[in-house]
Design a protein around this ligand. Structure first.
Ligand code: PEP
Ligand code: MG
Length: 329
């Protein structure tokens, strides 16, 4: 159903020995959908809905949000395509003036992500979920998955799932077409990585956001040049958090993806496959290269590379295991 650009690899890829790995795109606006499909992305692994909320005076309506999600679903309407929509993730580095977010000394450790959706902005959360559940009932809606950002507590997931259920009840009593999509949590805090087994038990999938996870594991502001060398997804502590998450998913029925920047680095594809990710989601530019790399990887060799990397105690050792020269984070 889509045009692929000259470098794109169309369709699903698997490792040289037959393990399927989904290569999806991170999308931060409707204009990115076409290029993502042209680059051969298998779907959207992270649809950042913030773009619908910024640069305006008031929140988008339910219908506007429904249209935007329906557009993403129809850009990826092959039967096995998936579109993972993240519910509103503002606060921290993502301010929205009309939301009147609290002025905090340390916004990255404050009211952000799912915290705002469950409390201060429960109304916006419900409106967004109504739009999503309606979109899930459209023709390409089977591919919809919805995930919650910045989870730290099991109770947050329970409350979010309960909100989805009550929104579904409301839509049913209004006679509005709807369906409940797959539900997941982002693993982007140490708390979520430590509790990944409990999250996986309650959800259909987990998706690791290494931009925030590295920030919180390493106590290094993701936007600060002064600590850029600490904001390091290849630090052994971050790798062990990834391993904990993929192991939890493996012990459950949930699938697991990764949508932080590191997923788009072809030099890390073998490591990420070896750690057990089912889906790699990235800025679409690198999707062709990552797909090509997946096809060369041997899953057993990748698992043994990952286990060597997990045994490392320093970044230097990790780079040696990966055969990489020293490089920026
Ligand atoms: C992440 O934190 O890694 C992530 C993918 O989300 P964002 O960069 O939008 O915070
Ligand atoms: Mg994040």
């Amino acid at each position: 159903a889509r045009e692929a650009g000259p470098d794109a690899i169309r369709g699903r890829v698997e490792t040289a020995d037959g393990r399927p790995v989904e290569v999806a795109a991170n999308v931060g606006g409707e204009a990115e959908l076409g290029p993502a499909a042209e680059r051969g992305a298998d779907g959207v692994g992270l649809f950042r809905t913030e773009f619908l909320f910024v640069d305006r005076e008031s929140p988008p309506t339910e219908d506007e949000q429904y249209e935007a999600v329906a557009a993403a679903l129809s850009a990826f309407d092959d039967p096995d395509d998936r579109v993972v929509v993240r519910t509103l993730d503002v606060g921290g580095d993502k301010p929205v003036p009309y939301l009147d977010l609290p002025d905090e000394p340390n916004p990255f450790l404050g009211r952000r992500g799912i915290r705002l959706s469950l409390d201060e902005h429960a109304d916006l959360f419900e409106t967004q979920l109504r739009a999503l559940l309606r979109a899930a009932a459209t023709e390409a809606g089977d591919g919809l998955a919805v995930m919650f950002p910045l989870v730290t507590r099991v109770e947050e997931v329970e409350r979010a799932v309960a909100t989805v259920e009550s929104v579904a009840d409301d839509l049913a009593s209004e006679g509005v077409d709807h369906a409940v999509p797959e539900l997941g949590a982002m693993v982007e805090t140490p708390a979520a990585a430590f509790l990944a087994d409990a999250l996986a038990e309650r959800l259909d999938f987990l998706s690791v956001g290494t931009n925030d996870l590295a920030q919180y594991v390493m106590a290094a502001d993701r936007g600060s040049d002064a600590v850029a060398e600490y904001h390091d997804p290849l630090h052994p502590a971050v790798l062990r958090a990834l391993d904990r998450t993929t192991a939890a998913a493996e012990g459950s029925d949930a699938w697991v993806g990764i949508c932080g920047e590191m997923a788009g680095d072809p030099a890390l594809t073998e490591l990420l496959v070896g750690l057990g990710f089912d889906e790699l989601s990235m800025s679409a530019v690198t999707a062709p290269e990552v797909k090509a790399r997946v096809r060369e990887v041997d899953a057993d060799a990748a698992a043994s590379l990952a286990s060597d990397a997990l045994a490392c105690e320093t970044r230097r050792e990790v780079l040696d295991v990966l055969g990489l020269d020293d490089r920026g984070p």
